[in-house]
Design a protein around this ligand. Structure first.
Ligand code: ADP
Length: 483
């Protein structure tokens, strides 16, 4: 990988401020998806070690929550600085385990760090309230307190940012946290722990544990010490975790799957719609929950859009991002790859036609050609399921009412996008779309200053922005009588 600081590559877990292995000594291989070669191993922890991480978080809680917000912010600021100082190494580590282009990895590191900086500052603004009392002899005050011990389960598509988006507000609010990163991408998480330790995050405030999801997840969801679970991943797993948390009634944040519509109206600036569609569809090889999954184009510009868009897709460079400058890396694993093939085959069997790509890439392995299919309809799998890969299906529509109904015809409600210059339509569409995020004349919506989150079966809770910290505080009402 060629890291400047080799100590950022950690093959042990970080539990209660100590680097440790599994009690059993068992390990899991971590593979570079671009080459299929093992990069190294991580410990295969189970329920016992998870319990110890939770106990460490419990022990660390009183000291951490007692610090002032400013003191916590100083530690978080140091963590932010260290992440940015090591941006290049962290990016290389991420590309090695995840496959995304280096430029995207660098961007993710900056994005990941931004949550630590933002929430460190935001922690200083967790204001309470005074409320005009209902009694002459009493006064009402509302204070906000940290939720307590929290747990996070995170996915492989954003190995760093999905952690800092949770740990940032948790730590800033005075909570402690146990994180289980995705098994495919543990090294980005462990490097963050190494830097947190250097920044002075106290023992037990943040632990990172690796191992089988069901065993670790079982303990994180059943243990009564854990007061909140925050999860980013698939809707199916989110539902399971929510059910598991019901016995102990944990607070929950759920960032689940999407099925984003990307709508281009006749009056759109076509070049900017094409540019937006490329960024929105092909970022991270199409493996983000806010990637355009369904591209709807109004019939007046349908052919022109397909032509320009396909020409831009044809220019995307595919390959091993550690060796060459590329725009597209491999898919994360075989099941991700198989789903892309399945969606393409299904669309072709139901009348879609390939305009660009459509085949496994000549590089072999987990590389797939960036693909555009036209004449796509609502009956195809791509209309219902998240492809999570480099397949852009282009649907045709006639009217605004029709496309709004089609866009909302899904159980998901995370991100949506549309391109138009008509001010009336902008309001009608923005209010009509049943989505937590609406991108208007842009394909990129993520920022630490804005609330990210979904409606319907895309989940609940918000990450980033002033709203993001609210998920990590409890509201306590004090009634002071006898005045
Ligand atoms: P993805 O499609 O992004 O891999 P998943 O929902 O399968 O989405 O995985 C997201 C995270 O949830 C990963 O860290 C994974 O290990 C974890 N996970 C998967 N299944 C379970 C489970 N049954 N219990 C707890 N965590 C799980």
């Amino acid at each position: 990988m060629g890291l400047k600081d080799g100590r950022l590559f950690r093959e042990q877990c970080y539990v209660g401020g100590a680097w440790s292995d599994a009690d059993s000594g068992a390990k899991i291989d971590v593979v570079n998806p671009a080459t299929g070669q093992a990069i190294g191993t991580v410990p295969k922890l189970g329920a016992g070690e998870t319990r110890r991480a939770i106990e460490a978080a419990k022990d660390a809680l009183p000291g951490w929550r007692k610090k002032t917000a400013k003191e916590r912010a100083a530690v978080l600021r140091k963590w932010f600085d260290l992440i940015m100082e090591n941006q290049e190494d962290l990016a290389r580590l991420m590309t090695a385990e995840q496959g995304k282009p280096l430029a995207e990895s660098r961007g993710e590191i900056a994005y990941a760090a931004s949550f630590i900086e933002w929430f460190g500052e935001e922690g200083k603004r967790v204001y309470g309230d005074t409320i005009p009392s209902h009694r002459g002899d009493a006064r009402i005050v509302v204070i906000k307190e940290p939720v307590g011990v929290t747990a996070a389960i995170t996915p492989w598509n954003f190995p760093s940012a999905m952690i800092t988006r949770k740990a940032g507000p948790a730590l800033a609010a005075g909570c402690t946290m146990v994180v289980k990163p995705a098994t495919q991408t543990p090294y980005s998480a462990l490097a963050l722990a190494e830097l947190a330790e250097r920044a002075g995050v106290p023992k037990g405030v943040l632990s990172i544990i690796t191992g089988p999801a069901s065993e670790i997840g079982g303990e994180l969801t059943a243990n009564p010490v854990v007061r909140k679970l925050t999860f980013t991943g698939s809707t199916d797993v989110g539902k399971k975790l929510m059910a598991q948390c019901s016995d102990t009634l944990k607070k929950l944040t759920m960032e689940l799957g999407g099925n984003a519509p990307f709508i281009v109206f006749d009056d759109a600036d076509l070049d900017s719609a094409v540019e937006g569609a490329i960024q929105c569809k092909f970022r991270n090889m199409g493996q983000t929950c806010v990637c355009a999954n369904r591209i709807y184009v109004q019939s007046g510009v349908y052919d022109a859009f397909v032509e320009k868009f396909s020409a831009a897709v044809a220019k995307l460079r595919v390959g091993d991002a550690l060796k060459n400058e590329v725009d597209q890396g491999p898919l994360i694993d075989q099941s991700g790859y198989d789903k892309v093939r399945e969606h393409i085959d299904d669309a072709l069997s139901k009348g879609g036609s390939i305009v660009q790509g459509g085949k496994p890439h000549e590089l072999g392995g987990l590389f797939y050609q960036p693909t555009v299919i036209r004449d796509v309809t609502q009956e195809m799998k791509v209309a219902k399921e998240e492809t999570f890969g480099p397949l852009a299906p282009v649907f045709r529509f006639e009217t605004e009412e029709e496309v709004l109904a089609k866009a909302n015809d899904t159980e998901f409600g995370l991100a949506s996008y549309y391109f138009t210059r008509d001010i009336g339509r902008i309001w009608r569409m923005s209010e009509g779309l049943e989505y937590g995020i609406v991108g208007i004349n842009t394909g990129l919506i993520s920022s630490e200053v804005a609330p990210f989150g979904g409606m319907k079966e895309s989940g609940f809770g918000r990450e980033g922005s002033k709203y993001g910290i609210e998920d990590y505080v409890e509201v306590k009402y004090l009634l002071m009588a006898g005045i």
